[in-house]
Design a protein around this ligand. Sequence first.
Ligand SMILES: *Cc1c(COP(=O)(O)O)cnc(C)c1O
Length: 368
Amino acid sequence: MIPITTVQFGIEEEQRVLEVIRSGLIAQGPVVAEFEQRFAELCGTKHAIAVNNGTTALIAALQVLNLQPGDEVITSPFTFVATLNAIIEAGATAVFADIRDNDFNIDPTKVEALITERTRVIAPVHLYGQTADMNPLVEIANKHNLVLLEDTAQSHAARYHGKAAGSFGIGTFSFYATKNITTGEGGMITTNDDKIADSLRVLRNQGMRARYEYESVGNNYRLTDLQAALALPQLDRYSQTIKTRQENAAKLISGLRGVPGIKLPAQLPDREHVWHQFTVLITDETTITRDEFVVALREYGVGCGVYYPKVVFDYDSYRSHPLVRASAVPVATSVALQAVSLPVHAHLTDENIAEIVTTVRTVLGATS
Ligand SMILES: *Cc1c(COP(=O)(O)O)cnc(C)c1O
């Protein structure tokens, strides 16, 4: 089976983790600080604040904004459930702007109509490794005095007009096991705002400024040095990882171009895609459904994933939730029925890629 994702560490990770174990300082300490500094450099931001996962990164970023009940956050309906859970956890109301089917991200032209007196935050999700169309979003946010919160869990160091994802507003990142950089569980928040950075550092440590000096209600959102040690060698290699993912994506695109029934993903002009996922659409041009395609691919030994089978609020727990404002999102609804991700990770061999291409062509009945 060619897996959709795989975790492989080298001797460098083993050494860094071993150093932490031997140091006896295994909670948040100097290695987390080093990781934060390196990550801020990667994103070109003034600050990076490490937390224990990508969901808490979103929650903490919203909590330091002091949202009031009834305040609204406009986000994408086509995202992992963490984005929505964080908005609800922060006590805000989630409102959804439909997506575009070329980048799978929030459509800026759908955002302005949703802005009310209560809107406080626009929260685009940079899905699959490519940023949302940021210039118009920045413009709307500035015009209406709104905070931009970028869910960058899937797009570490993706770029838009040369500027890194997570550096336009407040950025939140995940280092879960499947992400482009992983610490098993882990998260980061990036910002250029000194006050927000300061509040986040206090919040993640029980609201404590100095020992037993409690400044705000807080929590324990801390990352550990053991986890941060895993990330550092991955950062050393990350530009190569991105390059390999980009090469793999290019090989898949050239192998699958022109196959009827499949719409291929693209890196849009002025963006740099980091290919967290290689997501295709199974269109009406073929008689086979997306779900049948997934079953067939797995029978041939090609792992694939459906991210995501439905729009995020289309579940019993959210549909009539008082903090969720469900709305018609036709593009996201249709994409959710057609999207499937193929392996694109950095450990694929050329033989793997050839096998993926041949299998997809066979399943879709394309002559090779
Ligand atoms: C993974 C992910 C998260 C949550 O990150 P965790 O570290 O798993 O909590 C949030 N948003 C998106 C889009 C993600 O893919």
